[in-house]
Design a protein around this ligand. Structure first.
Ligand SMILES: Cc1cc2nc3c(=O)[nH]c(=O)nc-3n(C[C@H](O)[C@H](O)[C@H](O)COP(=O)(O)O)c2cc1C
Length: 409
């Protein structure tokens, strides 16, 4: 018996063709609609370098022939890491990032390789320095350092240097992270009432991203890369009081007006993609990573993504809009993803946990070998490994990680 609803059965014939269809962003061609979302693997050296094991894992991911392959969240400041094993982008690591990209391109030359750049902030793991731009966060927890304006200026300088390094190393694009509770997204919050040039007015709260996006677009141009992907992964509804997706510092009720305006401004500053996500996984994991058998969480992402895409289109802006949180759709993922693309609700389909469960997802699916896909079971082990600051991988399907959560004797 077929378990799919009628509309999905009808979609079946077109599903593969829709997901396999290239997508144009200006003069850039994305080879297919499947995007490997950034997935922190927490497996780097103490100085933030790639290890041979990580290079092998990314090579396995490249063999999936994704339309866009995001390299995980990398910090631009070695002093601020999200986990001990977080990777660093700096002059010191340029060579190893360049070598990685060379290796990946040899495997999948058609894939676009984008790096997510960040500074962690309060979500840094145990034992690591935590920082914030919001006075109330530091007041509530004195272990969290309140950054001064000149320290923020320093962070912006490091960010700009990391953008230059990433471009020199050969990335096809940069994602200036504005999501999941990391430092960047704090600036945007209505609850960011700090005094000075980085808080209060909307202009001040968006200054960090304006500085970085304008710099990145200019740096790509100067490097002769007219066809360069630039954008942000944005938690458009953080689901906290006064968070992004509310209308004021004390508001709980969702109001997307301001964040919609922010995505418009990103495009004005040179962005050509927006990767829509939601929530802060450290405090409400179920918003960012919908749990198995709770489809509402997934539909919430669909709703938010469509709201941003519609708004941008109404204003005549057409960046690539990437949707998140498709993994838990399991067998229905391709059909629902194709339906969302066909209805204009999203352009590219981002997969998170599924990337770890089966790095070759697109290659298998688009070759008609869907039955060979290792589907994420939603067990949560990868998130647990990340929380414990251990090297992250799939404990269900990847032999190297099968015992990763078991106490070592
Ligand atoms: C282990 C792990 C690492 C993650 N690392 C990142 C990251 O580096 N950057 C990011 O924006 N999101 C990160 N995420 C969030 C995922 O990219 C994705 O948004 C989330 O898992 C929901 O999508 P899914 O339902 O397809 O898994 C991570 C999630 C997990 C479980």
């Amino acid at each position: 018996m077929n378990y799919l609803p009628q509309y999905l059965i009808e979609m079946n014939q077109n599903t593969i063709a829709t997901l396999a269809a290239p997508f144009q962003i200006g003069g850039i061609t994305v080879a297919n609609r499947l995007v490997a979302q950034p997935m922190e693997r927490s497996g780097g050296t103490e100085s933030g370098e790639l290890t041979p094991a990580l290079v092998d894992e990314y090579a396995a991911l490249a063999a999936g022939h994704w339309g866009v392959l995001h390299l995980e969240a990398m910090t631009v400041m070695p002093a601020y890491k999200s986990r001990k094993g977080q990777l660093v982008v700096s002059e010191a690591t340029r060579g190893s990032v360049a070598a990685l990209l060379g290796k990946l391109r040899a495997i999948a030359p058609e894939t676009m390789y984008v790096v997510q750049l960040t500074v962690p902030g309060v979500v840094a793991g145990d034992g690591l320095p935590k920082a914030t731009v919001i006075p109330a966060i530091s007041e509530a927890d004195p272990a969290v350092k309140l950054l001064t304006d000149s320290e923020i200026d320093e962070i912006i300088l490091s960010f700009k240097r990391a953008i230059d390094v990433a471009i020199e190393a050969g990335v096809d694009g940069i994602d200036i992270k504005a999501c999941h509770g990391y430092l960047g997204v704090e600036f945007l919050r209505p609850q960011n009432t700090r005094k000075g040039k980085y808080g209060g007015s909307f202009e001040n709260r968006t200054r960090f991203f304006r500085e970085l996006a304008v710099h990145a677009r200019q740096a790509a141009r100067s490097a002769g890369k007219e066809q360069f992907l630039l954008g942000s992964r944005v938690s458009v509804s953080e689901c906290i009081v006064g968070g992004v997706g509310t209308a004021g510092p004390g508001e709980y009720i969702e109001d997307l007006a301001e964040v919609k305006r922010f995505t418009e401004m990103l495009c004005d500053w040179g962005a050509n993609f927006v990767n829509v996500t939601a929530g802060i996984p450290a405090t409400q994991p179920e918003v960012t990573r919908p749990a198995k058998d709770v489809p509402w969480g997934i539909y919430n992402h669909f709703r938010l993504t469509k709201a941003i895409k519609d708004h941008l289109a109404e204003g005549g802006k057409h960046p690539a809009v990437i949707g998140s949180a498709y993994t838990m759709l399991g067998r229905e993922l391709p059909h629902i993803a194709a339906k969302n693309i066909a209805s204009g609700a999203v352009d590219l389909i981002g997969l998170g946990r599924q990337v770890l469960a089966d790095p070759e997802y697109p290659a298998k699916l688009l070759a008609g070998k869907g039955d060979e896909i290792h589907r994420c079971t939603g067990c949560g082990s990868c998130s647990q490994l990340l929380r414990q600051q251990k090297h992250v991988g799939c404990t269900v399907y990847n032999e190297s990680f099968k015992n990763a959560l078991k106490p070592q004797v």
